[in-house]
Design a binder for this molecule. Structure first.
Ligand SMILES: [Zn+2]
Length: 317
């Protein structure tokens, strides 16, 4: 599809927009020009796929604003990556899961538990597709021995009443508090359904996280005019090499190409949405030494005129 095709759809999507301006805090209106953001975005894990790697952790981001941490996706190692980023686990306030693939949720429960053993005493809200509430209950059941022991032995407040899991089934406003207005949009990541992208609007910044998706007009609509779009990206020429190592190569290649977005298409989405900065993340392949940052940038540059950043673990944007 051409860029102009996207532009046409952009206006159609805008007409049935997910955004609910009436719910937006007043301070969101027109405050985009600042030299230094008070809203921090830190990439915690930038590799696509659940297999543990040396070079890139699995999908996770944190937005820090007003001294609170809003974590988006909980791939393997998310708690450790927060520690490495010097974000105190006791500041955890909200957790957002884009979809239930293990490279995005493997450490969801562990993040809650490890934040609690690190001293968390305050409420945490978690948001994501079903069966998030059931998963949360099962995780606590699995870890009930440790939790009971620590409550009795260390005098910690019970963890279970602190955690409130909310299941999302459609796009729209997710939540708002004194720091952020959060919206989501349904994206296409078959066969995982629903799968979401999220948008975070603060006083000084707008950040969109695509989650996993094939090229999506819903992301174009959600990301309209955003400061930063973190978009998953696939380096298409490398897929053949990637799948060559496995027995079911043909099926895997078809699966990867139909469920994900190439770096060129991530650029098209960013261009159609008019975002300022495109961050390529959830990189597939995640650890191919023959694919340089410049190759990722060149792929996205062919379709996007704005600023392009190749995601790195612990990079603050
Ligand atoms: Zn996925």
């Amino acid at each position: 599809m051409s860029i102009s095709g996207y532009t046409r759809r952009k206006f159609i999507c805008s007409a049935t927009t997910l955004l609910v301006p009436a719910l937006a805090p007043r301070w969101l209106a027109g405050s985009q020009s600042q030299t230094r953001s008070e809203t921090r975005l830190i990439l915690l894990g930038t590799g696509g796929g659940p297999r543990p790697r040396k070079g890139r952790s699995a999908s996770a981001q944190v937005i820090v604003v007003g001294g609170m941490a809003y974590v988006v996706d909980c791939g393997d190692g998310v708690a450790t990556q927060l520690a490495r980023a010097d974000v105190a686990l006791t500041k955890l306030r909200n957790v957002f899961i884009t979809h239930h693939h293990s490279d995005h949720n493997a450490d969801y429960g562990n993040l809650l538990l490890l934040a609690w053993v690190s001293g968390l005493k305050t409420r945490v809200d978690t948001w994501g597709p079903p069966p998030l509430a059931h998963m949360t209950r099962l995780f606590f059941e699995m870890n009930s021995y440790d939790m009971k022991t620590r409550i009795a032995d260390e005098g910690r407040p019970p963890l279970i009443p602190l955690v409130h899991a909310h299941e999302l089934i459609r796009g729209g406003v997710v939540m708002k508090d004194e720091h952020l207005l959060v919206k989501c949009a349904l994206v296409e990541h078959p066969p995982v359904k629903p799968a979401f992208a999220y948008r975070f609007d603060s006083r000084d910044r707008s950040i969109v996280i695509s989650g996993d998706t094939r090229r999506s007009d819903a992301v174009v609509a959600l990301a309209q005019g955003a400061d930063v779009l973190v978009h998953e990206a696939l380096y298409t020429p490398a897929v053949d090499r990637l799948v060559a190592r496995v027995a079911n190569a043909a099926k895997l290649k078809q699966s990867i190409l139909s469920h994900h977005t190439s770096a060129e298409d991530a650029g098209r989405v960013a261009e159609a949405a008019g975002v300022k900065t495109l961050v390529l993340s959830h990189l597939v392949p995640a650890d191919d030494p023959d694919i340089t940052d410049q190759m990722w940038i060149d792929a996205a540059r062919s379709t996007f005129k704005g600023r392009i950043i190749v995601g790195k673990d612990l990079l603050e944007i």
